[in-house]
Every structure is written in structure tokens, then in C-alpha cells.
Design a protein around this ligand. Structure first.
Ligand SMILES: Cc1ncc(COP(=O)(O)O)c(C=O)c1O
Length: 380
């Protein structure tokens, strides 16, 4: 079956009990045993739950992995994934990752003895030079948040195999509709399902997809031991969102393309970051490894804080808000919002400035979106 069909039909659908076409929400913490030591397949919802199982199977299928796991948030998924390592291990990570991931690594995991090096992941030599005897993992985010940098997955996997490193990718921005990292040999995929997979800005969620028996067993153990899974109702919302993922992603991308082209020709805009543009340094790699370029567009405004603030205030349709991937267009100012937990010095080094703006292009009519941006960028 093709992607669009798998997004709607994976897992036990219709439900075995009564033939419900919408996956039932098994809103229960616990399950009665059939007999001493005998269950009907489930015993306690932290360990496993039938609604969650359909979501987990669906995400695993769409990513082409072995097993999926659904978490309470994207950060819960990442926290669980990073616990595959132990104190003393070293991780090489992209340098312009989501601010919350950077905070998890620097302010939480570092305390427990994990070591991190942050690099622009576009040079084989740079990555190989950073490898130490205790390096265990490459943490990849492509397209990255917020600068939409692209990592060549063939190169990353080649390096990882040569040096026996595990590869983990945050596939939140692209979604499996546009990028299937496991096809390139990536070991573990993580998601914030809060974003495009759910797609309606009404739930928090995360996912991990594994590729081997060993990883599947370890992630199942950690999810249960750490108590990080998603609730049945939240799983149901994400499942409902995934059914329309392909049609939504096509429209998000069409709107993003039009907006990136509009911004690239606007005199108030210094630089546009969108991997679909030929001017983007990762365009050729993105074109080769992705089926589409996604719905996120970032740009830098010409001018200082005043210009940025006046742009943000003048927008009517784009709401100033964290998060992304919903039907309503959102605008974020990474330096004071999504990436505020990243030290200013690090932000500067990677190119996130006070004039960097990130757009999550929604599903509204493109003429209205461009009109809104044009009004925002007018001279005051
Ligand atoms: C790329 C990326 N990964 C992970 C996360 C964390 O997800 P959550 O907010 O669901 O915990 C985010 C949130 O913005 C994100 O943008």
C-alpha cells in the first residue's frame, strides 16, 4: 500500500470488538486479566494501550521502521531516546537544533555525564575530526529549526557506519511524507507529533521509530521505566491528524514556496532560508533526498529590533506563537521564543540573529498570507 493509504488503514482498523471505523479511545489505565498470569494482550496503559498501539504501528509504517512508540511530548521522546546512552558517552549534534533539544542536552543530560559537541553538519571532515573514542551517537535535525539547514543523510550514515555510531534524526519538520530517513540507513527517528503529524495545534505528542530488535526492546523498556508515553486521547487526536497528513503537507509546501519566493524579492528582507529555493546552500541535497521541502520558511529582516517588532505587530493572520505545523499560520521570533534557551553566543555562532523570523505557513489562501506579510514589511 502507498503512503496515503497506510496513513488511514494501518493497525487494527476497523476495531476488532465492534467494527468501529474511528479507532476507539481505550481510556483506561488498567486491563482485567483473563486468568492468573494471563492477559488479553494488555495489562497496564503505561506499558501499552490499544489506541496507542494503532498510532505506534502507523508511525512505524510511514517511516518504514520496525516499531513505533508514542510519547507525551516531543521532548519526552527525545529524553527517552538519549537515555539509550550512558554517562561518559559523547554525542555529536547539529549546532542549530531546536532550542529545547539544546537545553535538554546542555542543562539536563550534561549533568548526568553525557558529553556533547555541536557542529554544522555539512562537512565530512568536520564531523570526523570531532569523533572521540567515546563518541556513540550522531544527532541530526534536517531541515533544522529554525535555519532549515540540510544534512546529507548518505554522508552522515556513511560516517556513522565507519565509526560504529548510532544515528538519530529529528524528522519533525519534514515528516515521513517528505523524508524517510530510515531509507538512508538512519537507526532511530524521533518526532514532535505536536507539529505536522497531528497538524491541528491541539495536542502535545512525540514519537520514536526503531529499526532493530535491540533498539525496539531498549526503547520499549525505557518508555515503560521512565513513564513517558502519550495518553490514549492524545494518541487518537494524532491518529486523526495523520489521516490527512499527505494533503496537508502538499498545501503547506505550496504556500511555503510562494511565500519564500515573495520574500526573496522583497527589499525589506535580507535573506530567506527555504530549502526549495535554488539560493539555499542545501538545495541540491534536499532535492535529492526529500520528496518535498516542507512548510517552514525563515528569513532575516533588514533593520534592527524596531523593524522586527513593527513587522510582528502589524501581522493580522500570522499569530505570534511558539510551535508549528497547524492549519493556522504562525510567526515566531526564535531569539526570544523557541531558541531563548540557547545562549546568545551560540545563537550568534550558528546564525540565529535578533532579526531572524520563522514562519509556519498554514493552510489559508496564499493571497491572504502574502497580503499579510506585505503589510507587515511596509516601511513604517
Ligand atoms: C524540531 C523539534 N523537535 C522537538 C520539539 C519538541 O517537541 P514538543 O514541544 O512536542 O515537546 C520541537 C518543538 O518545537 C521541535 O520543533
Amino acid at each position: 500500500m502507498k503512503f496515503e493509504t497506510l496513513a488511514i488503514h494501518t493497525g487494527e482498523r476497523p476495531d476488532k470488538a465492534f467494527g468501529a471505523v474511528s479507532v476507539p479511545i481505550y481510556q483506561t489505565s488498567t486491563f482485567a486479566f483473563k486468568d492468573v498470569g494471563k492477559t488479553k494482550g494488555y495489562d497496564y496503559s503505561r506499558t501499552a494501550n490499544p489506541t496507542r498501539k494503532v498510532l505506534e504501528d502507523t508511525i512505524a509504517k510511514l517511516e518504514g521502521g520496525q516499531a513505533g512508540f508514542a510519547f507525551a511530548t516531543g521532548m519526552a521522546a527525545e529524553t527517552t531516546a538519549i537515555h539509550l546512552l550512558k554517562a561518559g558517552d559523547h554525542v555529536i549534534s547539529g549546532d542549530d537544533i531546536y532550542g529545547g533539544t539544546f537545553r535538554l542536552f546542555q542543562d539536563v543530560m550534561h549533568k548526568f555525564g553525557l558529553e556533547f559537541t555541536y557542529l554544522r553538519m555539512n562537512s565530512r571532515q568536520r564531523i570526523e575530526e570531532a569523533i572521540r573514542p567515546n563518541t556513540k551517537m550522531l544527532w541530526l535535525e534536517t531541515p533544522s529549526n529554525p535555519l532549515l539547514n540540510i544534512i546529507d543523510l548518505e554522508m552522515a550514515v556513511d560516517i556513522a557506519r565507519k565509526h560504529n555510531l548510532m544515528t538519530v534524526i529529528d524528522n519533525t519538520f519534514a515528516t515521513p511524507y517528505f523524508l524517510r530517513p530510515i531509507d538512508y540507513g538512519i537507526d532511530l527517528v524521533v518526532h514532535s507529533t505536536t507539529k505536522y503529524l497531528n497538524g491541528h495545534c491541539d495536542v502535545l505528542g512525540g514519537a520514536v521509530v526503531t529499526t532493530t530488535n535491540e533498539l525496539t526492546e531498549k526503547v520499549q523498556f525505557l518508555l515503560n521505566a521512565m513513564g513517558t508515553p502519550a495518553s490514549p486521547f492524545d494518541c487518537w487526536l494524532v491518529l486523526r491528524g495523520i489521516e490527512t497528513l499527505p494533503v496537508r503537507m502538499k498545501q503547506h509546501e505550496a504556500n511555503a514556496f510562494a511565500i519564500a519566493n515573495f520574500l526573496e524579492g522583497h527589499p525589506a528582507v535580507k535573506k530567506v532560508f527555504y530549502p526549495g529555493l535554488e539560493s539555499h546552500p542545501g538545495h541540491d541535497i534536499a532535492r535529492r533526498q526529500m520528496k518535498g521541502f516542507g512548510g517552514m520558511v525563515s528569513f532575516e529582516i533588514n533593520g534592527g529590533t524596531e523593524k522586527v517588532n513593527s513587522f510582528l505587530k502589524r501581522l493580522n493572520i500570522f499569530a505570534l506563537a511558539e510551535s508549528l505545523g497547524g492549519p493556522a499560520s504562525l510567526v515566531a521570533h526564535p531569539a526570544t521564543m523557541t531558541h531563548v534557551s540557547m545562549p546568545e553566543e551560540h545563537r550568534k555562532k550558528v546564525g540565529i540573529t535578533k532579526a531572524t523570523i520563522r514562519l509556519s505557513t498554514g493552510l489559508e489562501n496564499i493571497d491572504d498570507l502574502i497580503k499579510d506579510l506585505r503589510r507587515g514589511l511596509e516601511p513604517s
